[in-house]
Design a protein around this ligand. Structure first.
Ligand SMILES: [Zn+2]
Length: 368
C-alpha cells in the first residue's frame, strides 16, 4: 500500500469548499511558471490552465465544471503536493505525460457552491448551444491542443452504491457517442484506462468503484468530445462512509488521477484490456442519507411510516466550510431503499408543529 505512505494533503486547502481567490493566490505564488489565464468567467474571474510535464502523451483535464464538486481540484493539488516527496515518481510521470489541467472551469458557481454558473447554466449541457461564457473556453482548448485523452472530472451524490451495500466512492464512464451506444475505438481507449484505474482502486477500497450509465446525452461534454474522437474518461467521486466532508474520497481521487495518468502513459492509445471495464459493477441508486423508520405521526388516525432525509449542501455567508442541512425527500413507504444511517422510531414520539413532515422542507421535527 505504497500510496498511503506518500499521499500528502495540500495544507493550503483544508476544506471541501475552495474559495476561487484562495486557488488563484496559491497558483500565483507556487505554480506561476506552470499556469496561464485562458479566459474569464461570466463574472470576470480568471480561468487558469496548469501545464505539467512535457511528455508525448497529451492529456487535458478539467475540474469544477460543476461548482459544488471540488474533489477533483483537490486531487490535482494533492497530487502535486504528494509528488514533491516523490521526485522519482513525478519525473517519471511527467516525462511521459503532458497534462493540461483547467482548474475550476466554473469559478462563479464554485464561489457560491453551486452546480451551475452565474447565468444558471449547467455547463455540462451547453456543448451545442454554447450559451455560457465558460464552456467555449474548454472547447477551444480541446480544439487546439492536439490531445490523446480527456479527463472530465466530477462528483456524484451519496445515493449511489455498487451493490446495494457499498457506496460508489467512485464511478467511471467511457461515454457513448450515439443513442445506439456502440463500442467505438475511441470508447475502447477510454475503457482500457478505466479498467486499469479500477484494478488499483480495488486494492485500497474494494467494492467501492462502479460504472456510470452509458445512456447518450446529446448536449453533454464527454459524449460530444468522444464523438469527435477524443477518448474521454468521466470520473465521479462519491460517498465514503461517515465522510461527508469527502476527505477520504479526496485522497482516493488523488490516487485515481495518478493511476489514470500512469495508465495513459503506458497504454498510449492502445485498447488493450478494455474488456475489464465490463467487470465493473453498474451504479445502483439505493440509498438516502438518513431514514427514520416506523415514525408514528400526530394524525387523528393511526399512521406509521418511514421518513427519508438527504443533506443539502449549503455555503452559508461568512463560512469557510459548507453546511449539511437535512431535507425531507420521501415519506411513506420508502420501498427497499436504505439509509446510510437509520433510526428505528418504534415506541418513540414524533414532536413537530405539523401533523406530518413536509416534503422538500428542512427537517422540523424531533424524535424522543
Ligand atoms: Zn458534475
Amino acid at each position: 500500500m505504497d500510496f498511503e505512505n506518500w499521499y500528502r494533503r495540500n495544507p493550503d486547502f483544508p476544506h471541501r469548499y475552495i474559495p476561487p481567490t484562495t486557488l488563484e493566490k496559491f497558483l500565483q505564488k507556487n505554480l506561476s511558471d506552470y499556469n496561464r489565464v485562458i479566459g474569464t468567467s461570466y463574472a470576470g474571474k480568471n480561468i487558469r490552465m496548469l501545464t505539467l510535464g512535457s511528455g508525448p502523451v497529451r492529456v487535458i483535464a478539467w475540474s469544477q465544471m460543476h461548482g459544488n464538486e471540488s474533489n477533483a481540484t483537490h486531487a490535482l493539488l494533492d497530487l502535486w503536493e504528494s509528488l514533491q516527496y516523490r521526485p522519482d515518481l513525478r519525473d517519471q510521470l511527467f516525462s511521459e505525460i503532458t497534462l493540461d489541467f483547467i482548474l475550476m472551469l466554473n469559478p462563479d458557481g464554485s464561489e457560491v457552491w453551486n452546480r451551475r454558473n452565474a447565468q444558471d447554466i449547467d455547463l455540462n449541457r451547453d456543448f451545442l448551444k454554447l450559451e455560457s461564457k465558460e464552456l467555449p473556453i474548454l472547447k477551444e482548448a480541446v480544439r487546439t491542443g492536439n490531445y490523446h485523452y480527456g479527463l472530465n472530472l466530477h462528483e456524484q451524490r451519496t445515493i449511489f452504491t455498487t451493490d446495494g451495500v457499498h457506496p460508489a466512492t467512485f464511478s467511471f464512464l467511457s461515454p457513448s457517442v450515439s443513442p445506439e451506444r456502440e463500442l467505438t475505438e475511441t470508447r475502447k481507449k477510454g475503457m482500457a484506462v478505466i479498467a486499469r484505474i479500477y484494478e488499483k482502486l480495488n486494492l485500497y477500497i474494494p467494492h467501492q468503484t462502479g460504472r456510470y450509465t452509458d445512456e447518450f446525452y446529446p448536449a453533454s461534454t464527454g459524449d460530444n468530445f468522444s464523438r469527435m474522437g477524443l477518448p474521454v474518461i468521466l470520473y465521479e467521486g462519491g460517498h465514503f462512509p461517515e465522510d461527508y466532508e469527502r476527505k477520504h474520497t479526496r485522497k482516493y481521487y488523488t490516487l485515481a488521477l495518478y493511476e489514470g495518468l500512469k495508465a495513459m502513459a503506458q497504454l498510449r492509445g492502445s485498447t488493450s484490456g478494455f474488456g475489464g471495464y465490463f467487470e465493473i459493477p453498474e451504479n445502483q441508486e439505493t440509498h438516502y442519507d438518513f431514514i427514520y423508520r416506523n415514525v408514528k405521526l400526530n394524525t387523528g388516525f393511526d399512521c406509521v411510516l418511514d421518513v427519508a432525509v438527504q443533506y443539502k449542501e449549503e455555503l452559508l455567508p461568512g463560512n469557510e466550510e459548507i453546511t449539511f442541512t437535512p431535507v425531507v425527500v420521501a415519506a411513506g413507504d420508502v420501498g427497499d431503499k436504505k439509509g446510510w444511517k437509520e433510526m428505528d422510531c418504534t415506541g418513540k414520539k414524533f414532536i413537530c408543529d405539523s401533523e406530518f413532515p413536509k416534503l422538500d422542507h428542512v427537517v422540523n421535527f424531533r424524535i424522543e
